[in-house]
Design a protein around this ligand. Sequence first.
Ligand code: NAI
Ligand code: UGA
Length: 459
Amino acid sequence: MFARRVMVVGTGYVGLTTGACLASLGHEVVCADIDEAKVERLRRGVVDIVEPGLAELVSEQTSAGRLSFVVGAGVALGSFEDGRAAEVLFLCVPTPMGAGGVADLRAVESVIEEVGAELAPGTVVVNKSTVPVGTAARTAELLDWTRSAAEPDRVSRSDVAVVSNPEFLREGSAVKDFLGPDRIVVGSDNQDAAERVAALYARLGAPTVLTDAASAELMKYAANCFLAMKLSYVNAMAELCERVGADIGDVTEGIGYDRRIGQAFLSPGPGWGGSCLPKDTHALLQVADSADFEFRLLRATIDTNTRQRQRIVDKVRLAVTGKRTGSLSRVRLALLGLTFKAGTDDLRDSPALAIAALLRQAGAELVGFDPAFVDGKDGAAPPTEIEGVALAADAVSAAQGAEAVLVLTEWPMFRTLDWSVIASAMKRPIVVDTRNVVDPATLRRAGLTAVGLGRRGEG
Ligand SMILES: NC(=O)C1=CN([C@@H]2O[C@H](COP(=O)(O)OP(=O)(O)OC[C@H]3O[C@@H](n4cnc5c(N)ncnc54)[C@H](O)[C@@H]3O)[C@@H](O)[C@H]2O)C=CC1
Ligand SMILES: O=C(O)[C@H]1O[C@H](OP(=O)(O)OP(=O)(O)OC[C@H]2O[C@@H](n3ccc(=O)[nH]c3=O)[C@H](O)[C@@H]2O)[C@H](O)[C@@H](O)[C@@H]1O
């Protein structure tokens, strides 16, 4: 295997995982970020995000001399051993939702503007950020522009190839997903560059799809939007189960045995969220719009998800007041789980927080507990409040005086809480389990009324 000199720009979930994992595959990796404090912490081996195995991998690879951290992409360029040039530059910067739902590519563009003219001939620029179709072509144009600005007599950067290599890792299992991917996708109009990028991962032995840049870019959105569609379908099916007296657990188990459907990603919930599915569904809708294609299925997927949050609020209202139009004014509610899913401390586009905002608008008083925020970061005290939700130190304290407990993420610890202690702390014994994660029989034995999603006999 060839060890390559790899520069990774952006040290978030994707960049830090990419950097540490590529180093563990034997490559020399320099990671750059604009966040000086983050780089300083990473140099001390402090990883801010909750990601199993990542901190260990970072310190192992740093000690082995294969992984280092610098502030700014420009500095990274000159940071390889013996002053040699980076061979591959990974862009792992944010591409958040911009105005009207389009992907905001300013971070990608600013890195190219920063270092484009300095890249050594033969460098491969790899886009790992999730970007709309056409971004590889646009990046190549930008590269030409940076060179022409720096060296007016040289207007082409055909000596630098651009490759799309979307990432499919999930938060909470980033290292495991990166090192054991279902597939690796590499797309470029420069076949040689694509093969060089694929070779970086050769030791993983994963199926590799080599394709053109546009197909690789679209594949990433196609995957995330398909997952979102699967979940909106399941959430709609759960609602139908309630109306016809069927059980969503049985229905999904039954359809999941069909290998064409599969058991994974079939759990109903408070709606899908996180830093990617929401922005990527909107971004693909914009891609479709600009291609004059009305992607109705995708729009319905998003609309179903938006409606799901209100549906949870309606369920709480009915459970607590006994009426569909009852008032939640000054009703105290305990929220278990505030992140977008269990196993992460990521709050970006969290359905739990969206539901909290709707409940607050309805006048409810909220106290939350989330296992991800029990300890503070880097020696600091844990937060006392998240987006207007006061934080309690444990589930029992959160439930004190509450008229209902809402389970909003699927942390395994919620299953094994002592629910009878929680029941005795509450003002009224109601649990709305938006993830169907706690055994309803356990709740009933603790004297609690259990309300889940799409469960037989719960209405
Ligand atoms: N979070 C996830 O699970 C996945 C994310 N993606 C995609 O990967 C990209 C990055 O996402 P995350 O890692 O979640 O983002 P993040 O927000 O966790 O990290 C991004 C990092 O880039 C840094 N940064 C921003 N501008 C920079 C610049 N000009 N130079 C150097 N550093 C800069 C930020 O300071 C931050 O540390 C996005 O396009 C996202 O859609 C793809 C697959 C999975
Ligand atoms: O592009 C990305 O950033 C990533 O987006 C998702 O990963 P992630 O955002 O970490 O979260 P998921 O595990 O996919 O969950 C997304 C949302 O769906 C919800 N979900 C998931 C599974 C399920 O059965 N039910 C359900 O409600 C989760 O609670 C969460 O709100 C994809 O799964 C990754 O493959 C992709 O790389």
